[in-house]
Design a protein around this ligand. Sequence first.
Ligand code: CA
Length: 220
Amino acid sequence: MGKQTLDLTDDLYSYLLEFSLRETPELRALRKETDQFENAQMQISPDQGQFMALLVKLIAAKRIIEVGTFTGYSALVMAQALPENGNIIACDTSKEWTTIAKKYWQLAGVNDSIDLRLAPALETLRILIDAGHTGQFDLVFIDADKVNIRNYFEHSLILLKAGGVVLIDNVLWSGRVIDDSDESDDTCSIRRFNEFLLHDERVDICMIPIGDGLTIARKK
Ligand code: CA
C-alpha cells in the first residue's frame, strides 16, 4: 500500500460494515426493499449514511436540505441524527419513489421532521431563496440529476450559513470521471464541477472516496 486510500476488497468492506455499522431496523428494512429495484444503486451505501449522520451531529445541524431523495434512505439516516427541533426539506420529483420513503419515515417516527417538496429541486431552492431563507441552513446534500450539479451547488451556497456544509454525491461517478471516451452530459457535468470546485475560494473542500465519491464543501 502506498499513499493512496486502501483498496477495499469485498471481504474488507464486509469487515468494515460488521464492526462499524449501526443501522436502525427501519434503515435496514428500507435498504432491503430498495435493493429489489433496478436502480437500487441510486441509494447511498449504509456506511456513507452513517458517516453523514455523524457529520450532522458533529456540526450540530438543525436545518438540512436534501436535493434528490429517491426512496428516502439518506433523509431517514440524517433525520434520525437530528435534534428534536431539527428538520429536513427533501426535494424530489418522483411520487413513486418518495411514497416508499414516506412509509419508512413514518415507521421510524421522523415523518414530521421531513418536509417533502415534490417539484424540480431548483424551483424549491429558488422559492426558499425568494422567501428569505438565505444563510439559514446548516447542511445541504446534493444527490440528484448530475447535469444541474453546479446549479444546485450555487443555490446551496446562498442558502447555507457561514460554516455550513454542502455534501455532493457521486463525484467519482464509478470512475467515469477519468474515462476520456465518456463524454456523456452527466459525466462531463461532474468533471467540470470537480475542476471548478478545486479552485472555488468560497469553500474548504475534501473529496472522500466513500460510496461513489463524496465531496464535502464548507462555506467560509
Ligand atoms: Ca448518489
